[in-house]
Write a protein that binds this ligand. Structure first.
Ligand code: FPP
Length: 242
């Protein structure tokens, strides 16, 4: 077992040959993290974004091939406008300031969801970074933005109807927002909530779920690796026998 960079210290119990192919993370608890410190919720989203940057580096150091993060749900539009703006500002800043990190590390940016309702400059920034990283092949970083699992399923169903013929599960897979992305093997949700909140509902049919009480801005590389060690003790049967 080798440590790939100085940034990621690998826990001894983690087997680098048995990592999930696709890890999906519901980054919950930004608001509570800020409130507990007497800060406005927007600080929590800023801290959450800083943590996301670190965890992306940690995942890349570990050699994880695919990572999805729930950045903004279709339900999040119900939040106050200044909070929505603070989340978008974090995404905007990340795309402007960190695209070089993605390129250096061979990380391709993709998204699931519907970019249409987002501010135009944010859509442009997404498209620019996706274009700049389209040939990167070490890891795919998938951001769920203005995303709803149910809406993704309905979008795919509508594409099937437009195609006008009955389809199989395999055909349906190809109609999802990002057909080339394998289903998540492992899903982490921070902050103690134990639900999926409309995240990748179709793709999570056989995902292993992991819930931790740690709030997202406080979720460290060590927490990540402890979660991965837990994943490595799961027996995955996909409905079959041992
Ligand atoms: C849930 O915590 C978190 C969100 C709704 C936003 C997550 C977004 C980020 C971490 C920034 C994204 C940045 C990029 C670059 C993709 P909450 O606000 O619901 O927390 P609470 O349950 O404690 O209120």
């Amino acid at each position: 077992m080798s440590v790939k960079s100085n940034e990621t210290k690998i826990l001894r119990k983690l087997d680098l040959t048995r990592l999930p192919n696709h890890i999906a993370i519901i980054m919950d608890g930004n608001g509570r993290w800020a409130t507990r410190r007497g800060l406005p919720r927007s600080y929590g989203h800023k801290a959450g974004c800083e943590n996301l940057k670190k965890i992306i580096i940690n995942l890349s150091d570990l050699g994880i091939k695919n990572a999805s993060f729930f950045a903004f749900s279709t339900e999040n539009w119900k939040r106050p406008q200044d909070e929505i703006d603070s989340i978008f500002n974090s995404v905007r800043e990340y795309l402007h300031e960190d695209s070089h990190v993605l390129i250096e590390r061979g990380i391709k940016l993709t998204y699931i969801g519907d970019l249409k309702r987002l501010p135009t400059d944010l859509v442009d920034a997404f498209k620019r970074v996706m274009e700049e990283t389209k040939d990167c092949n070490k890891m795919t970083l998938n951001l769920a933005i203005n995303y709803s699992g149910r809406e993704e399923i309905v979008r795919a169903a509508n594409k099937a109807i437009t195609n006008g013929k009955q389809i199989t599960v395999e055909d349906f897979d190809k109609l999802l927002d990002l057909p080339e992305m394998p289903a998540p093997d492992f899903v982490i949700r921070t902050s103690g909530e134990q639900r999926l909140s409309n995240f990748m509902l179709y793709q999570m049919a056989y995902s292993e779920l992991f819930f931790t009480k740690v709030l997202w801005p406080s979720f460290t590389n060590k927490d990540l690796q402890k979660a991965l060690i837990n994943f490595q003790h799961r027996e995955r049967r996909f409905g079959g026998l041992k």
